[in-house]
Design a protein around this ligand. Sequence first.
Ligand SMILES: *[C@@H]1O[C@H](CO)[C@@H](O)[C@H](O)[C@H]1NC(C)=O
Ligand SMILES: *[C@@H]1O[C@H](CO)[C@@H](O)[C@H](O)[C@H]1NC(C)=O
Length: 249
Amino acid sequence: MSSEAKSVLAMLSILLLLFCAVVSVLSNPAISLYQCKTDDDVCATKAVNLAYPLILEANEEIGAESIDPLFQPEIEGNLSILKFKLFNTTVTGFKTCSAENAKYNDEQQTLRIDIVCGAFTLSGSYDINGQLIVLPVQGNGDYVLTTKKYRLIIDLELKTITGKDGKTYRTVKNFKMEADPLEPVNYDFRNLFNGQKDLADTVLKFANENWREVAHEVQLPVFVANIKKMVKNANKYLKTIPIEEYTQQ
Ligand SMILES: *[C@@H]1O[C@H](CO)[C@@H](O)[C@H](O)[C@H]1NC(C)=O
Ligand SMILES: *[C@@H]1O[C@H](CO)[C@@H](O)[C@H](O)[C@H]1NC(C)=O
């Protein structure tokens, strides 16, 4: 091999090493969020979209559970005129979401994420009693709920804590959210009114025709239960990432 060829090879391997170092830093998503300046939405959106798939995955090492599919033994909705419980629900669809925009404020420790999701499916069993907007509804049985596009806006309040190791970490302290279906939602609740077909059909027809209003009425307890699990996973990751190791000095 000529000395010229050797030096080209040496150069290539250095480039490759550099490239790998850069990739491994970028692949730790919280690092990039900590490097985003307040109100640099492009930076924050990129960081959130890098972190998001990781947060959905089960990871035994840190005790994170799967978010897609997500299993929810019981979700309770205590609305003023409607009480419902969903049992043994399997939720799929969080893998179809991506952040359209994220707004990070490093000083105030807030992160607002605007997410669009492609489709969700929920299935399990239910127990419902009360008034669905204008119609009385009652029953229990199996259900399947399918959605198409959905928009979620999640406002996260962060907090800086000091770990047992003396290093500082961020965690999500609290969140608020809004959700809006952008396309029809399909409600299939079996055995409403103990199987009285006329009554059941009337409620299902109403729900499917007024999908947006019905979603706004009932969705929040369900989304909040799901996002809580997601935040739990996120916090488990954040506890492995000391801030000072990743912020630019
Ligand atoms: C819902 O209401 C029931 C009875 O009123 C109560 O026992 C339960 O704790 C409430 N659940 C939630 C999640 O607020
Ligand atoms: C939920 O699943 C568990 C385990 O399969 C079962 O024992 C329980 O009866 C189910 N709950 C309902 C309300 O169907």
